[in-house]
Design a protein around this ligand. Structure first.
Ligand code: MEV
Length: 435
């Protein structure tokens, strides 16, 4: 048999049907395998077909809505798209507890992104830095000439920075262009500007310009949120409010003292932030990269591990949680402008622009982290998680949606949320019905 080849020339020129055919042949798919794709078409396919290349279909993720969010005195329903059970429920519950303390508060810095230009083979790197900074005004004007639209809406290139770095390939001059991108995520505006500046920077420095690209470590575009969780509202089951507060402070300190825990702590924060990013058509990879590199950057500059949230106890013994995280999100341009569900998500949120969205997302990140920490510091994460996960396990074992509820209930009662047990319970259920 001839070896199959993934070298399919002109895949992007093929129609969706032709691409599906090519994939069907390459991966030896049956009609049943292909059925979920073949059911897709119409207007949705037209939209997604133009968003990326070589489209053969679209990938549905559940879209949920977190309730109870109050940020800066305004109520929000927060759309979240993700595959993980219990995240939406956890965020909603945390937001409810925060409401007892007046809801979340949020502030957002100016929407300033960093564009980088790498300069190589500069004979006098430190002198070049000075010469570049000396020409800041004309260089900013050159950058701004590239985007009159952005200037019109109040944004534009604002500042130039330059420094020398040492690398395995010798010293390099790195220039940062700071661009106020207003309501856009800003990658296109920033990249266009740094590409325009690069030849001028090369000339001034006497070196050669190399990479010209946005940095996702968006330290100038940061969202902050905080909230007070009254100790009285934190009591549940056998847990007293004070115990929950102390337990959560110890849980936070673990993240602040240990990189292995810190990674998971920050992952929980991104469960919320990325889910809102996906729902609103934002670049969640940029946010993930920004958040984790911000934590690393803070750790490196402060000499301590850096969870993105901080927990403290106020004078009344209530828990005060806060978050600081880069938040490069947009409400104009990108997928947010073309994807019908993203457009809808922005409407559900009822936000006026990118800054308001950034503030809400910071609050969601804090809520998500609070919920995980509260569970971890008390009954453990598995109890709540498994109750919701049990339905997935039941479906995987072949249960219909109606059967899944019953099977899941049994698995949780028995504290045995496992595929083999789900199959047994399903068998018993069906046998009982057949009688
Ligand atoms: C799971 O998706 C997220 C958690 O692991 C976060 C945490 O441990 O803080 C529960």
């Amino acid at each position: 048999m001839a070896e199959k080849s993934s070298e399919i020339s002109g895949m992007y020129r093929k129609s969706v049907d032709e691409r599906r055919k090519a994939v069907e042949e390459f991966s030896s798919l049956s009609a049943a395998d292909l059925a979920p794709l073949l059911a897709q078409g119409g207007k949705e396919m037209e939209v997604v077909g133009k968003m990326i290349e070589n489209v053969i279909g679209y990938y549905p993720l559940p879209l949920g809505v977190a309730t109870n969010f109050r940020v800066n005195g305004k109520d929000y329903l927060v759309p979240m798209a993700l595959e993980e059970p219990s995240v939406v429920a956890a965020a909603s519950h945390a937001a409810k507890l925060a409401r007892a303390g007046g809801g979340f508060h949020a502030t957002v810095s100016s929407p300033t992104m960093i564009g980088q230009v790498q300069l190589l083979h500069v004979p006098d790197p430190y002198g070049a830095v000075q010469r570049i900074l000396g020409e800041e005004t004309p260089l900013l004007a050159l950058a701004n000439a590239k985007d009159p639209m952005l200037n019109k809406v109040g944004g534009g290139a604002r500042k130039l920075e330059a420094r020398v770095i040492s690398t395995p390939r010798g010293p390099m001059v790195i220039v940062h262009l700071l661009v106020d991108v207003r309501d856009a995520m800003g990658a296109n505006a920033t990249n266009t500007m740094v590409e325009a500046l690069a030849p001028h920077l090369a000339r001034i420095s006497g070196g050669r310009s190399h990479l010209r690209i946005l940095s996702n470590l968006a330290i100038h575009r940061v969202a902050r949120a905080w909230g007070t969780f009254p100790k009285g509202a934190l009591a549940f089951d056998e847990w007293k409010g004070e115990e929950v507060v102390e337990g959560m402070l110890d849980a936070w300190a673990f993240a602040a003292g240990d990189p292995f825990r810190c990674a998971t702590h920050n992952k929980g924060i991104m469960n919320g932030i990325s889910a809102v990013a996906i729902a609103t058509g934002n670049d969640f990879r940029a946010l993930e990269s920004g958040a984790h590199s911000y934590a690393a950057w803070k750790a490196a500059s402060g000499g301590v591990i850096a969870p993105l949230t901080v927990y403290e106890k106020n004078a009344s013994g209530d828990l005060v949680g806060s978050i600081e995280v880069p938040m490069a999100v947009g409400t104009v341009g990108g997928a947010t402008a073309v994807h019908p569900i993203a457009k809808l998500a922005v409407k559900i949120l009822g936000i006026s622009g990118a800054s308001e969205l950034a503030g809400v997302m910071a609050a969601v990140g804090l809520a998500q982290n609070f919920a995980a920490m509260r569970a971890l510091a008390t009954e453990g994460i598995q109890k709540g998680h498994m109750a919701l996960h049990a339905r997935n396990v039941a479906i995987t074992a072949g249960a219909t949606p109606e059967e899944a509820e019953l099977v899941a209930q049994r698995l949780v009662e028995e504290k045995m949320v496992r595929a083999d047990r789900a199959a047994e319970v399903l068998k018993e259920l069906r046998a009982g019905r057949a009688k």
